[in-house]
Design a protein around this ligand. Structure first.
Ligand code: PLP
Length: 283
């Protein structure tokens, strides 16, 4: 079934949806995005994604094409138009079409594009058996806190992982793990969650924030600090978080098996907690 996508105020069948070749998202990766999960037709963590979108736009001095209420309306409408039960909503905002120039246009006409991707997320084989990751150097730019569409290096990293027989890559800088190609990286040692602290070095994951909040509420200790690759390899458990994978256990890092190569009890509990609580708060 053809999807109905949203492009600059219009609802169109996907084959008819187009963007200008002069769009700065296409020419310069001058754009930001968000991915919001839908379960049972409801939006998970919408407020967090909307707030981060505002922040990304602000950091790039890019005007928002729609306000927060209109954005929520668009999210609800795209779910309804596509009869989306479970999956994701992809939203991209770029600085729009302008004559090619490195400086920003003085009066940008931002573009907004939204589409849905139907996917079974709750019942996930990766969550049941855990994923394997390889370590690669973090060669991305230094403003990883802005969720931009420049995803080439993460894409290369994912290809390196797949070719090495793994599912993802954890990026490492100065011996310290930053994050996964499209998720935040966490380890557990002696019952305590250790996760990289927030800075420009990593994306401020919306799922990360929610999982840490639920973990603390459940009485788990959380230490927000950088950890080394060696520390990760010697951890009791490891896991990643993202909007579409929730909490997914990591059972190997390079040649090191984590938790005997099996998903551990803490990661399983955190996934259950996240699903339970975020579904309760879904809108
Ligand atoms: N880190 C990176 C580099 C990502 O691309 C993503 C998601 O796309 C995340 C972390 C997880 O963020 P969130 O939980 O908001 O999906």
């Amino acid at each position: 079934m053809s999807r109905i996508v949203h492009v600059n105020g219009a609802w169109l069948p996907e084959a008819e949806a187009t963007i200008s070749v002069f769009d700065r998202g296409f020419l310069m990766a001058d754009g930001v995005y968000e991915v919001t999960t839908v379960i049972d037709g409801r939006l998970i963590d919408f407020d967090g994604h909307a707030a981060r979108l505002d922040r990304s736009l602000g950091e790039l001095e890019m005007p928002a094409p729609v306000g927060r209420d209109a954005l929520l309306k668009l999210h609800r409408e795209i779910v309804q138009r596509n009869a989306l039960g479970e999956g994701m909503i992809y939203l991209q905002i770029t600085r729009g079409a302008a004559d090619r120039d490195f400086t920003y246009p003085e009066t940008p006409q931002p573009s907004i594009v939204m589409f849905t991707q139907e996917k079974a997320l709750v019942d996930s084989p990766a969550a049941t058996r855990g994923i394997r990751v390889i370590s690669i150097p973090d060669l991305r730019w230094a403003r990883r806190d802005i969720k931009t569409v420049q995803l080439l290096y993460p894409s290369m990293g994912k290809m390196m992982a797949v070719r090495a027989g793994a599912e993802d890559a954890w990026m490492v800088e100065d011996g310290l793990v930053t994050e996964g190609t499209s998720n935040n990286a966490h380890i557990i040692k002696d019952g305590r969650i250790i996760t990289r602290d927030l800075s420009n070095d990593i994306l401020h994951g919306i799922t990360r924030a929610a999982v840490l909040r639920y973990a603390r509420e459940a009485g788990m200790e959380v230490e927000e600090r950088a950890f080394t690759l060696e520390e990760a390899k010697a951890a009791d458990e490891a896991f990643v978080t993202s909007a579409s994978t929730f909490v997914t256990p990591v059972v190997a890092i390079d040649d090191a098996r984590i938790g005997g190569g099996q998903p551990g009890p803490h990661a399983r509990r955190l996934r259950e907690l996240y699903l339970e609580q975020s579904l309760r708060a879904a809108i």
